[in-house]
Design a protein around this ligand. Structure first.
Ligand code: HXC
Length: 267
């Protein structure tokens, strides 16, 4: 146990993409710290399996099949959360789509679909949660997932890099606008997290996993648990004076200069 079992006691947290990968890692850590949970994602089978695992840990869980590209769907899921739990204290906008394609070959729809899921979806989650978060007795928390690649440039993922840069800007604006409502707004920037679909698609399937590993000063890929620990900290009382921050959890990858790991034409 990294945190005490009551670190998030009394809180209700809503996690998009919460049935797999980093989102599910956050869900398990939150359950272990006493939070009640809503998981929202597109895949009902994954949601059902995640709910069972979390309930076996003793957590109370609502799942709502939701596509974050629809503001109405997100509002509906938040409404269902309020009907079941009576409150919402934490919104984690984690759902994301991404794939590797050179910018010059990227179709207009490929660009749009990632911007829609990552950037627009994050905004819809923030807006849908605002009212409830402003009423949280713990001080509301809004967390979105960024990446240091957003500011470094992300060859092969122009759409996701641009979306994540937009998310970082959005959260800094929200930290300003919503500070007087007690809502803390932060981003977490994961590095290469080994037990995720993202690393499989972006690095392993592209044959650049070893190059990624070589660029990490701590010498190993991260784990979903590492990102979950940052999220628990930010959402606990211990994180109450943090807003407008980007918490980098990448084993030091962003401090090295060994390239992005993209199998580019000039490599
Ligand atoms: C080129 C692609 C493509 C690919 C999709 N498209 N995959 N183009 N290469 N590999 C194009 C399609 O041709 C289409 O354009 C457009 O994108 C929309 O594709 P659809 O499949 O119709 O969209 P949809 O069904 O909504 O699927 C969304 C998706 C999908 C993002 C495209 O891949 C997805 O949901 N993936 C799972 C989520 C995921 O990847 N999560 C991990 C995120 S990791 P046209 O022009 O043909 O209509 C992350 C950080 C990674 O974000 C960090 C790494 C360390």
């Amino acid at each position: 146990m990294t945190f005490t079992a009551d670190a998030l006691a009394g809180r209700v947290a809503f996690i998009t993409g919460g049935a797999s990968g980093i989102g599910f890692g956050i869900a398990k850590a939150f359950a272990a710290c006493g939070a009640r949970l809503t998981l929202a994602s597109r895949n009902i089978e994954k949601l059902t399996a995640a709910k069972q695992e979390l309930e076996a840990m003793g957590a109370e869980v609502l799942v709502v099949q939701t596509d974050v590209r629809s503001p109405e769907a997100v509002q509906n899921a938040v409404q269902q959360t309020l009907e079941k739990f009576g409150q919402l204290d934490v919104m984690i906008a984690n759902a994301a789509g991404n794939f590797v394609v050179p910018a010059e070959e990227m179709s207009a729809n490929a660009w749009k679909v990632v911007i829609d899921i990552d950037l627009n979806g994050t905004f819809f989650c923030a807006q849908a949660a605002f009212d409830a978060l402003s009423k949280s007795e713990f001080g509301g928390r809004f967390i979105a997932i960024s990446t240091t690649r957003a500011l470094e440039g992300w060859p092969g993922c122009a759409h996701a890099g641009a979306a994540k840069a937009g998310i970082m800007s959005l959260c800094r604006t929200l930290a300003n606008e919503w500070g007087d409502r007690g809502i803390r707004c932060n981003t977490i920037a994961p590095g290469a997290i080994g037990d995720t679909e993202g690393v499989k698609r972006i690095y392993e399937d592209q044959g650049v996993a070893n190059r990624q590993l070589a660029s990490i000063p701590l010498g190993e890929l991260g784990k979903t648990k590492d990102i979950a620990n940052a999220a628990v900290f930010l959402c606990s009382d211990a994180g109450s004076y943090i807003t407008g921050a980007d918490i980098v959890v990448d084993g030091g990858r962003n401090r090295t200069h060994s390239g992005t790991g993209y199998p580019g034409k000039r490599d």
